[in-house]
Design a protein around this ligand. Structure first.
Ligand code: F0G
Length: 346
């Protein structure tokens, strides 16, 4: 059952809203044993890379596209650092509507680009950063009367609330900390709204601290001012002027949370640790929270024994180039057993 059908009672859907789905949502929440021990906490990972297009975007995209269809939209438009475009293109393909995606030229991970092209979207590479591409997408959507499916579309954030609801259902309570990467700042805002909604309807009895993590080279919410030239290896969160900054600030303030930044080196080290000790392969942006938890632990600011959920927002397979830049190459041998046994001698 997809997000719309499963949570129709909590979402702004009507009987006219098409119950489209590609099987999004209901992703696993996994206890990360080895890294929990290392950090002295109970660490849970929400595997959003298990969504149909490989990232959390599908939860909100299914709502945005369903509502666009309900309203008779002729086409979809978005700007993206990659995952939104993959998700929009997938749902547009299934719904049979054209989709235009604007990407910052040369700054999108290979897997995401392949997805958008394979799903059949019209892919436009803009010589500018994501923030500029989003301005252009909004303006084009308005002049053409097409539906914009970035997180400025309120239905996106509605659908993304479902991640919070699933965490409460899986844990049977809220975590102490909710650790999440922050780019355009929609997801942290959606989770906060989702948790608050669950508290209002009595499904949980308290709220947790919202801990947002940004890349040091694209950290407007940490520095408190827009970043004109964002730069980070975590291209998904290479964003200098988040459209949902106001909502994210509210989430952090209301929950006594924090924004923190981590360097690219810390992000890559966390990605390797998560893969090699946790068996979980997430894309670089998704590893900013783990990098941040490690940093807070080193600074003596990670309380022992707390329960933390971290959102692994995108699948590691999305960005094979960054992964390959960190690891060695396979050991090449001839097709004979002696060479193989030699390798296995250690
Ligand atoms: N993690 C991943 C893997 C993402 O793709 C994004 C955002 C984020 C985290 C940050 O989420 O923007 O809601 O704060 N990606 C967008 C995109 C911007 O175009 O795919 P956010």
């Amino acid at each position: 059952m997809g997000v719309i059908e499963k949570y129709a009672h909590l979402l702004p859907v009507t009987e006219k809203t098409p119950r489209i789905t590609l099987g999004e949502g209901s992703t696993p929440l996994v206890h990360v044993d080895n890294i929990s021990k290392l950090l002295g906490i109970e660490l849970w990972a929400k595997l959003e890379g298990c969504n149909p297009s490989g990232s959390f975007k599908d939860r909100g995209m299914v709502m945005a596209v369903a509502k666009a269809l309900e309203d008779g939209a002729k086409a979809l438009v978005c700007a993206s650092t990659g995952n939104t475009s993959a998700s929009a293109a997938a749902y547009a393909a299934a719904a049979g509507v054209p989709c235009y995606v604007l990407l910052p030229a040369g700054k999108v991970a290979l897997g995401k680009l392949a997805q958008a092209l394979m799903y059949g979207a019209t892919v436009v590479a803009v010589k500018g950063n994501f923030d500029r591409a989003l301005e252009m997408a909004r303006s084009a959507a308005e002049s053409k009367g097409f539906a914009i499916v970035n997180s400025v579309n309120p239905y996106r954030l509605w659908g993304q609330r479902s991640g919070a609801w699933e965490i409460c259902e899986a844990l049977g309570r809220v975590p102490d900390w909710h650790a999440i990467p922050v780019g355009n700042a929609g997801n942290i805002s959606a989770y906060w709204a989702g948790y608050k909604q669950y508290k209002e309807i009595g499904r949980i009895d308290r709220l947790q601290r919202m801990m947002g993590f940004q890349a040091a080279g694209a950290a407007p919410l940490v520095t408190g001012k827009p970043c004109p030239n964002p730069e980070t290896v975590a291209t998904a969160i290479r964003i200098g002027n988040p459209v949902s900054a106001h909502l994210a600030k509210e989430a952090v303030a209301q929950s006594s949370g924090e924004f923190n930044s981590v360097t690219d080196e810390e992000i890559l080290a966390a990605q390797k640790l998560l893969s090699s000790k946790g068996g979980l392969f997430a894309e670089p942006a998704s590893c900013a929270p783990l990098a941040g938890l490690i940093k807070l632990k080193n600074e003596g600011r990670l309380p022992a024994g707390i329960t933390v959920t971290m959102i692994l927002t995108g699948n590691g397979l999305k960005d094979p180039d960054t992964a390959m830049s960190q690891v060695g190459r396979p050991i090449e041998i001839g097709d004979n057993i002696d060479e193989l046994l030699e390798v296995m001698r250690g």
